[in-house]
Design a protein around this ligand. Structure first.
Ligand code: AMP
Length: 333
């Protein structure tokens, strides 16, 4: 264990030590390593993926490392570089170590070729603990997969370096999944890890510009949504955008939830969601957030899941919306 790690981080990693040792030995042993994450990637999926990717490349320059999955509709390449294009033959011709980060269930892994890995490692922080892969490292007390992945690699030892580049990706993951350190999942360990990241010398203004840059069309979208906010009797706040509205706003489905934070800190709004049409796949995607009340039970009822204060779900059509809103209303006293 790295002597520089605080007692808090060491304690958090204690129960994972066996699998952490296996992971390091596998990283050392394999010449071909592929890093995966979930579909519809967010800051944490891509931040933990790219932080680990660059950490391996920089510490083991002779290894062939790839990061896979679909690009993000607006964050690639502004905030995260475009993913590697890899032929199936790369997986067939080589013994590949596949590491999947931030993905609770195998159905949500972006790029199913992780199954072609010779050895598969799952590293996650989601409460749903569905096992897949040869070993699982799951720590639900971490606010972000990036927090957990970085703590793991820091524990590998002082002989390894953490570059500014790798650290800034981990930072994006932590900031994204903690909603800028606002969710209750943010812990003393989160700040200890953030401190280690800042000590690498990353420039915060650059990181935040890459994450949150907007254009005029984004302001128009926000203005439209502000004019179409709705509230249930118990104060569940929501907005609905169907296919036509999204087309009119030039808003791709992947970005439907971009304005969900408009409800943050609104007095009387304990739970809120965005409901946006995924016309190509024939359903409405629901992102749900709350100040305190756990909402992942309701998300699970509607083909979803996630965290206590940030979950995702799906409904087939808007006829299902009243039931979903009632279930959310029922969570409020
Ligand atoms: P989102 O609303 O897409 O930002 O998702 C919030 C959280 O819920 C993230 O941690 C997602 O990984 C998780 N999540 C979103 N959709 C699903 C789903 N269909 N099944 C399981 N978890 C989900």
């Amino acid at each position: 264990m790295n002597n520089k790690l605080s007692p808090l981080i060491k304690e958090r990693l204690k129960k994972h030590r066996h699998n952490i040792n296996i992971l390091l030995n596998k990283i050392i042993a394999y010449d071909h390593i592929a890093i995966f994450r979930h579909i519809r990637p967010d800051y944490d999926a891509m931040g933990s993926q790219l932080g680990l990717y660059y950490w391996i490349k920089e510490n083991f320059p002779s290894k062939d490392v790839k990061f896979l999955g679909e690009n993000h509709v607006s964050l690639s390449p502004r905030c995260f570089p475009n993913t590697d294009v890899v032929a199936d033959s790369w997986f067939k011709d080589n013994k590949v170590l596949a590491i999947v980060v931030d993905t609770s269930t195998k159905g949500r892994v972006s790029d199913t070729r992780y199954t072609m890995g010779d050895y598969i490692v799952k590293i996650d922080h989601h409460p749903e603990n569905k096992k897949y892969g040869d070993i699982q490292l799951v720590e639900t007390t971490c606010c972000a997969a990036a927090e957990f992945v970085l703590s793991i690699i820091l524990s590998f030892g002082n002989e390894y370096v953490l570059s500014k580049r790798s650290a800034s990706f981990f930072y994006k993951g932590i900031v994204g999944d903690s909603n800028r350190f606002m969710y209750n999942s943010t812990s003393p360990m989160t700040f200890e890890i953030a401190k280690i990241i800042l000590e690498t010398g990353i420039k915060l203004s650059k990181v935040y510009a890459e994450m949150y840059q907007k254009d005029m069309n984004d302001l128009e979208i926000t203005s439209y949504i502000l004019n179409h906010l709705q509230f249930t009797k118990k104060g569940v706040g929501y907005y609905v955008l169907d296919k036509d509205e999204m087309e009119m706003l030039h808003l791709p489905p992947e970005r439907g939830k971009d304005n969900i934070d408009l409800f943050d800190h609104v007095k009387g709004v304990e739970i809120w969601c965005s409901i946006t049409e995924e016309a190509k796949d024939g359903y409405f995607r629901v992102s749900i957030r709350s100040k305190e009340i756990p909402i992942n039970g309701v998300a699970a009822k509607y083909s979803g899941g996630g965290h206590a204060q940030a979950s995702g779900a799906k409904i087939k059509n808007l006829d299902e919306l009243p039931n979903l809103l009632k279930d959310l209303d029922d969570l409020i006293n």
